[in-house]
Write a protein that binds this ligand. Sequence first.
Ligand SMILES: [Zn+2]
Length: 387
Amino acid sequence: MPAPAPTPADSAGFPGFPRVRGHRDAQDALARALARGQLHHALVLVGPRGVGKATFARGLACALLCPERPGQGCGACTTCQRVLAGNHPDVDWLLPDGKAGTISVEAARACHVRQAHAPYEGKAYVVIVDPADALGEGAGNALLKTIEEPRPGIHFVLLTTNLQGMLPTILSRALPIRLGRLDDTIVGEILHTRAPDVPPDRRDMAVLLAEGSAGVAVELASDPSLERCVELLRQALTAVQQGPRAIFSGDQSPRWTAWSAAVGAGEAEPPPEPDPEPPPTPIATGKKKVAAKPKKPDGDAKKKDAPAAQRSAVRRLTELWILHVREQIRGRAGLSGVPRSHIAASPAQQVATIAALQQLEARIERMGNVRLTLEQTLLDLSRPAHP
Ligand SMILES: [Zn+2]
């Protein structure tokens, strides 16, 4: 954005968009653009999952519509509250409503029709596309004209974790705004607000694992598989220490009891983009019923998909293990309740352990026999030849 240096006139006293935490540079840049009346009509908020892209889009919509504090949003007036609750007529959400997790052409066309009559109450009409990479060719084409030649007051906010996944025709007409990872302090505060009952130990672990994603931290803190995967990590460390006999110790051993428990609690698919705010109402197509956020994996299908649950358990195990070793490299104790490993005694050994785990992580999706691959990695880590 060709923004000049901030001047006291347009950035002084700006507390941030309602409910938005972190992302101060992006907030300031957009608030300055709003103050000058030069906000780009199509923004792409790009950043890792769970850093608050949807929350940011809501906050920005408040800034565009709020009559009390125009250009910033007060968060308290009726307009802001309706925007934040997802039921303001001048804020429409384009969400995946098709079987393949894509945004339907009907929904995109309905949006095109609605924008022609908008705004309905305020002075702007905001279309939030979540996620933008769910826009296929057909739906994208239905929106393209609106994005190419926008009427005054029409704004698009497209959310994505991956610019490469977006249609080039849409991306070329939009301004990307990068939302990076949040500070652990902010993640911890958000987690404390949204999940106040989570014990401190578990909260700390969730913050560490979430790597700057508040949504992921909230998800982890309430994930029953986390404890089981921590137990699997304890058992894996013991097995590596004791060698091949412990690694190939049979289904009744503590190792594989922990494995079964972790796999039983695992999730078949990576969870959807976490968004703890109230679900927005998707745009009505008038043609068929549109589900609110049909991203949740099917419970029954999940149970039947054993290899996927095994991959999920290994993915979580490697995440926890790498985090555990990294914490030790930083001179800390590692994860609470997990023993230090003899194989991670020197920095070189610790780095080699992380490399071996990263190799395992990279192979997860291609694993035929997941448990055997894990056993081989444990065996490699237990060998004296391991540096
Ligand atoms: Zn307001």
